[in-house]
Design a protein around this ligand. Structure first.
Ligand code: ZN
Length: 238
């Protein structure tokens, strides 16, 4: 007779005996038992394979851009920091030679990362649109609207990149071709409604893709129309 301090019930799941504590759901009990690790791992792998296959399909629809070796190196540096600290990290590079200027700043706020003192000083002394800001996104996502607006509003920044495990997203605005303008209330409503329309259209055409994949396709359409260089390339993992 087994006497348990914690109340609960034994169940057999898939031929394995597991103990489900009172109030515990089945999937948590399965995970805690450690008897399903291989199945869980296999499922995750399968899910990841499906996602990657879809990403490839998206790359067929929206042709990837070509980033330089130096851009890849600078982005990989930021991702390395993320792997060490699990935070959002930001670095700035020179837009012409793609070399890093100053340190890499970090923040555990997860949705935003500011400039370090050193970076602020570099930005202050830089010429207009001469820097590219790079930060990481923990998921596989492209730019947030806020990323784009920050780039537009900070006149020293001439480009932004987001690095994720699999992809690097890049936006290099060309203000001689078009501007992003605020309405009387201070919102970029024209841009957002164009983006929303593109998103709706793409969703009805490609319902099998994730929000991020659709956003990426919508950004491509809207920025292409504006004459701004936007796109992504698979991260160089070597
Ligand atoms: Zn971001």
């Amino acid at each position: 007779m087994v006497d348990n301090d914690i109340g609960g019930v034994w169940r057999t799941v898939g031929g394995r005996r597991i103990f489900i504590k009172n109030g515990q759901d089945l999937s948590t009990a399965m995970r805690e038992s450690g008897k399903f690790n291989e199945i869980i791992k296999a499922n995750n792998q399968k899910y990841d394979e499906i996602r990657k296959k879809k990403e490839k399909e998206v790359d067929e629809i929206v042709k990837p851009i070509k980033l330089s070796e130096k851009e890849h190196l600078a982005c990989n540096e930021v991702l390395e920091e993320f792997k060490k600290n699990n935070n959002e990290n930001l670095s700035i590079i020179d837009i012409n030679i793609f070399e890093r200027k100053g340190d890499i700043s970090t923040s555990n706020k997860h949705s935003s990362v500011g400039y370090s003192k050193e970076q602020e000083e570099i930005i202050k002394n830089a010429s207009e649109r001469s820097l590219i800001a790079i930060h990481n996104h923990p998921g596989n996502g492209t730019f947030s609207l806020q990323d784009i607006y920050t780039c537009i509003e900070d006149t020293k920044i001439g480009g932004i990149m987001v690095v994720t495990e699999d992809y690097i997203y890049s936006l290099k605005p060309d203000f001689s071709k078009s501007l992003l303008e605020r309405d009387s209330k201070g919102y970029y409503s024209n841009f957002e409604s164009k983006l929303g329309d593109a998103n709706d259209r793409l969703l009805s055409k490609y319902p099998m893709y994730s929000n991020n994949q659709l956003y990426h396709m919508a950004f491509k359409e809207v920025f292409e129309e504006m004459g701004w260089e936007y796109g992504r390339e698979e991260r160089n993992k070597d």
